[in-house]
Design a protein around this ligand. Structure first.
Ligand SMILES: C[S@@+](CC[C@H](N)C(=O)[O-])C[C@H]1O[C@@H](n2cnc3c(N)ncnc32)[C@H](O)[C@@H]1O
Length: 281
């Protein structure tokens, strides 16, 4: 039997979600939150959402529970070649500049932050292949990070249905994917080769540790779920993850306008992006 999400429980859950994931859950989405939490409450046989939160905070297996719960709390909507205006600037301006900066033997490091099921990371790999840049062995590393382990598992698998290709044509798909069964396509090995995935929570400290400085970061369509404090925490982390002179692209609906992190804003027709100033180590 489903149980209600009581006033105090809703308050405690929204505090936890804001602190742990950066997510803002307004009162108008209370019933949606209840339905997202319900499967885990029921699976654990707990009699309230308070008990589920207690389990998540203090149970010895809380990390395993977190990995099972987080996929219920995220929106993994993504597709290949999303927000074409930004991709054109990356292809026509960022890639040539990086090629010149890195010279022969350098490695271009590109990050898809909040990569979801991998479409954005593979799009970057394909964009470089189409542009004919970073083609030498080891010349390209694309890293995808996300807080949702289920999404990362699907990204690793690299197998997609029709919906993921709604921003592209059939010829593009045939060039970079192999048909697998009736309705699915799998990323070709050459596209997959430079791409790696790893877990990261963009609002927690130090998620970038162990990553070498990144030349380009796409962090798109995730800050729309964050409250102001989480946007600031994420922006500081992205700054740390970027190489001096590195490029940061957000989603169309996102901005760092109110955020006191000293990125330089640059505008192009159809896209805007941020840069960490050169010479700032
Ligand atoms: C709508 S998808 C965006 C995917 C892709 N960037 C795009 O624009 O197509 C949002 C992703 O953000 C991830 N996410 C949400 N909160 C996060 C956090 N605190 N840290 C890292 N990833 C997060 C979700 O798991 C989800 O996969």
């Amino acid at each position: 039997m489903p149980v209600p999400l009581l006033d105090d429980e809703f308050r405690l859950w929204t505090e936890w979600l804001r602190e742990e994931l950066g997510h803002r859950w307004g009162p108008e989405r209370r019933e949606i939150l209840r339905t997202r939490l319900e499967p885990r409450r029921a699976a654990l046989g707990l009699d309230s959402f308070d008990a589920l939160l207690f389990h998540l905070r203090f149970h010895p297996e809380r990390e395993a529970e977190r990995a099972l719960l987080v996929p219920h709390l995220t929106n993994n909507e993504s597709y290949f070649c999303r927000e074409q205006g930004s991709l054109e600037v990356i292809r026509d301006e960022v890639f040539p500049a990086l090629r010149q900066q890195l010279g022969a033997g350098g490695q271009a490091r590109l990050l898809s932050a909040a990569c979801s099921t991998g479409e954005e990371a593979y799009t970057l790999s394909i964009l470089a292949a189409e542009a004919g840049v970073f083609t030498a062995p080891g010349a390209l590393r694309v890293t995808g990070v996300d807080v949702d382990p289920a999404a990362l598992g699907r990204a690793e698998a690299g197998v997609y249905g029709e919906h993921a290709f709604r921003g592209t044509g059939a010829a593009w798909r045939a060039r970079f994917f192999e048909k697998q069964g009736a309705e699915q396509w799998s990323v070709k090995p050459a596209v997959r080769e430079p791409v790696r995935f790893r877990p990261a929570n963009l609002v927690q400290n130090d998620w970038w540790r162990g990553l070498p400085p990144q030349h380009l970061i796409l962090c798109r369509n995730v800050m729309i779920y964050f409250d102001a404090d989480a946007v600031l925490r994420a922006a500081r982390g992205l700054w740390e993850a970027l190489a001096p002179g590195g490029y940061l692209f957000l989603g169309h609906a996102e901005s760092l306008r109110q955020v006191p992190v000293p990125f330089n804003l640059e505008r192009r027709p159809g896209a805007l992006f941020y840069r960490r100033p050169e010479g700032d180590a």
